[in-house]
Design a protein around this ligand. Structure first.
Ligand SMILES: Cc1cc2nc3c(=O)[nH]c(=O)nc-3n(C[C@H](O)[C@H](O)[C@H](O)COP(=O)(O)OP(=O)(O)OC[C@H]3O[C@@H](n4cnc5c(N)ncnc54)[C@H](O)[C@@H]3O)c2cc1C
Length: 439
């Protein structure tokens, strides 16, 4: 997708409304600010200046990795974003030398190239983006306001009604309404109530659970340890360095192998992981701490692009559009890429809604396919992979085994993991040669 070029977008719209002040809503507000005289961002939670855990984003206390594709777009939308993350307490690590990634029975060898990764809590990432949006003159944030209804006029959205804490409702006019309300979006039901079809839904049960705590990290230690569940192993864990000299430490289960919720069982779960490293890091960590548990039942993709009819001016972003197994760490990056797609659509003329949903299809297809190809490889998955995908999975398994000793292969894999390259990049002749023929 082309880069963000705000000068391409002419202001030709009075007011747009974004509902939801998570990462997706904030990014959408940024690009709409180039297009409308005024953008109103409606959020049901309070929106303080500082990073905070918010009730409306229950996954906020869980570890969040920001992948390179997302970082790159956030830096374009908010120049200086990475500096802001650092000055707010986040840190930059090298995905090659600081990340210990366990896959296919061993740790991957260190690759030859550096991969800068910005690490912080989800609350900090969002806080940084929120502060930047708050500096935009034509964006008005309306915290503690909840969406009541989207209004329609002659087949197009024309505004929203919102309610404040006292229950008083208020009408806002809008030519574009962005639903950024997250996974529990009510837009499908609203479409049906208004005589439209609901979008078709792709859903794959994954039964992912996280149990997470925060532990102190030794001074100057920047290690990121990741032992993702991988078929047939249904359990994994991660330690991500975050602000305030801490790690987010989590155990993760899939398909019924639930991450436990009491300290003793969590410790045993972590110790059962293949590297033992997360067990060691968490040896004294789980007792007497707040453990936050998060269940994620299924990956969901709502296919608005397949609707024959939908109201003009309706846009859906972030988890409201696709909420994919969080183990792959794609959500914030998808939200940022969708905002970039919206920017290009706004710059190119009318029929915003139709062109937007068509454009994001090409963002979501590879994300969805990569995630589900892995999840469908579990016996308990409700479905099977095609022969081609099974062959590709076996090829990647072999690549990872070779990468225990071959850092060049680690490098190729990390690029895909961080969304710098498409999975098909692993089929380049230089990579295939090393996977199939090197000793
Ligand atoms: C356990 C877990 C781990 C994850 N790990 C990662 C990771 O490592 N990397 C990554 O990139 N992503 C990760 N994700 C995904 C990531 O959290 C989201 O995809 C991403 O933040 C985009 O969210 P969003 O803005 O679409 O929705 P949300 O963050 O859910 O925000 C929705 C907002 O809408 C507001 N809202 C809802 N209804 C209304 C209403 N009626 N009126 C007004 N406001 C409303 C809510 O209060 C909220 O602020 C993870 C998710 C989970 C569950």
């Amino acid at each position: 997708m082309g880069r963000y070029r705000p000068e391409r977008t002419a202001v030709n719209n009075d007011q747009c409304v974004v509902v939801g002040g998570g990462i997706a809503g904030l990014c959408a507000a940024r690009v709409l600010a180039d297009y409308a005289e005024r953008v109103v961002l409606v959020e049901k939670d309070p929106l303080p200046d500082e990073p905070v855990l918010r009730r409306g984003v229950p996954q906020m206390a869980q570890p969040h990795a920001l992948l390179e594709a997302g970082r790159e777009v956030l830096e374009e939308l908010f120049p200086g974003f990475c500096e802001d993350v650092l000055s707010s307490g986040g840190l930059m690590i090298d995905g090659a030398s600081d990340m210990e990634y366990f896959a296919a029975g061993g740790l991957l060898a260190q690759g030859p190239n550096q991969h800068p990764m910005y690490c912080a809590s989800r609350a900090l990432f969002e806080g940084v983006v929120r502060r930047r949006v708050a500096t935009l003159d034509n964006v008005a944030c309306r915290p503690e306001r909840r969406l009541v209804e989207v209004d329609l006029d002659d087949g197009a959205v024309c505004g929203v009604r919102i309610a404040g804490p006292d229950g008083q409702t208020e009408a806002l006019e809008a030519d574009v309404v962005v639903d950024a309300t997250g996974r529990t979006s009510k837009t499908p039901a609203w479409l049906e109530e208004n005589g439209y079809e609901r979008p078709p839904v792709d859903e794959l049960s994954v039964e992912v659970t996280y149990t997470t705590t925060v532990i102190d990290r030794p001074r100057d230690c920047r290690r990121l340890v990741f032992v993702p569940p991988a078929p047939p192993r249904t359990r994994g864990g991660v330690a991500i360095p975050i602000e305030d000299g801490q790690w987010h430490l989590a155990v993760q289960g899939m398909y019924g192998d639930d991450a436990p919720t009491d300290a003793e069982s969590v410790r045993a779960f972590a110790e059962s992981l293949p590297t033992g490293e997360l067990g060691r890091l968490g040896a004294d960590a789980w007792e007497d701490r707040d453990l936050t548990h998060y269940p994620f039942p299924s990956s969901i993709r709502r296919r608005y692009e397949d609707l024959e009819r939908r109201p003009d001016g309706l846009v859906v972003v972030g988890d409201a559009l696709a909420s994919i197994n969080p183990l792959y760490g794609q959500g914030m990056s998808i939200a940022a890429l969708e905002a970039l797609a919206l920017h290009h659509v706004l710059a190119e003329g009318d029929n915003v809604s139709g062109r937007y949903f068509e454009t994001v299809r090409s963002i979501l297809d590879p994300m969805w396919e990569t995630a589900t190809a892995n999840d469908l490889a579990y016996d308990r998955a409700d479905g099977t992979n095609s022969l081609g995908t099974n062959l590709f999975n076996r090829y990647v398994g072999r690549l990872l085994r070779k990468a225990h000793d071959d850092g060049t292969l680690t490098d190729a894999y990390i690029r895909v993991l961080l969304l710098k390259e498409q999975p098909t990049s692993l089929l380049r002749p230089s990579v295939v040669r090393r996977v199939l023929f090197s000793r």
